[in-house]
Design a binder for this molecule. Structure first.
Ligand SMILES: CC(C)(COP(=O)(O)OP(=O)(O)OC[C@H]1O[C@@H](n2cnc3c(N)ncnc32)[C@H](O)[C@@H]1OP(=O)(O)O)[C@@H](O)C(=O)NCCC(=O)NCCS
Length: 197
């Protein structure tokens, strides 16, 4: 899916993994997975199955005319990613990250939006996640997109020791996600906008 701003969200591919790891490694709050974990996430036969998406700037905006064909997707333009696993009708949002220089422009929200659209198809009813209690950007992102706190795990994280906030999004109860056409003009049911800022 490509928009007028020259951004596209698509399934992660093996060639994206180095750039995805580079983004994660630059962010203290992002899980720092080894390449093998991403490769497993991309294996359609792996258990549990996973959905992995990237958001990228189109090649035509990022390379000189002598480069590849304009508009050809390239991991060089990947700005963020999201990974979720699927178990027994529920999804676990395992990782979401946007490169530092591209944050606060709506990309995290768009990744979440497309993830939910992708998860609706296998009939997932709930998306769960856990996040450090001090991670204000992530807590803000999740709350803005309809996730609600469902519990806490005390001292769940190490280095530093910190509580995990458990959050969930009930897909069946969130009409925004049912009614929105996955474009980015806003969501009529609840008034939330996913437009690029
Ligand atoms: C969390 C993260 C993915 C958000 O990505 P993003 O592209 O900046 O998010 P968006 O621009 O879509 O922001 C959407 C909303 O999230 C909240 N938010 C995002 N960044 C925020 C910040 N720095 N402080 C407070 N709220 C923030 C706001 O509600 C924001 O809406 P607003 O800009 O209208 O106020 C990004 O900050 C990130 O990569 N963080 C490091 C990795 C991480 O913590 N991942 C989550 C744990 S796995």
């Amino acid at each position: 899916m490509t928009d007028g701003a020259g951004l596209t969200i698509r399934p992660m591919q093996a060639g994206d993994v180095p750039r995805v790891m580079q983004i994660a490694d630059g962010l203290s709050h992002a899980p720092h997975w080894p390449a093998s974990a991403y490769e497993s996430a991309l294996n359609p036969n792996a258990q549990p199955p996973r959905v992995a998406l990237v958001v990228e700037a189109l090649e035509s905006e990022t390379v000189a005319p002598s480069g590849p064909e304009p508009g050809t997707p390239s991991s060089a333009g990947v700005l963020g990613f999201v990974v979720a696993s699927l178990v027994a009708g529920e999804a676990e949002l395992e990782s979401i990250a946007v490169a530092t220089e591209a944050q606060r422009r709506g990309l995290g929200g768009r990744l979440l939006h497309e993830l939910v659209a992708a998860l609706r198809q296998p009939g997932v009813t709930m998306i769960n996640l856990e996040v450090r209690a001090s991670n204000r950007p992530a807590l803000g992102l999740y709350a803005w997109h309809g996730f609600r706190e469902t519990g806490r795990r005390v001292a769940y994280y190490a280095d530093p020791v910190e509580d995990a906030v458990l959050m969930g999004l009930d897909l069946g109860g969130h009409k925004w996600l049912q009614n929105c056409d996955s474009g980015h003009g806003g969501c009529g049911s609840c008034g939330k906008s996913t437009a690029l800022k």
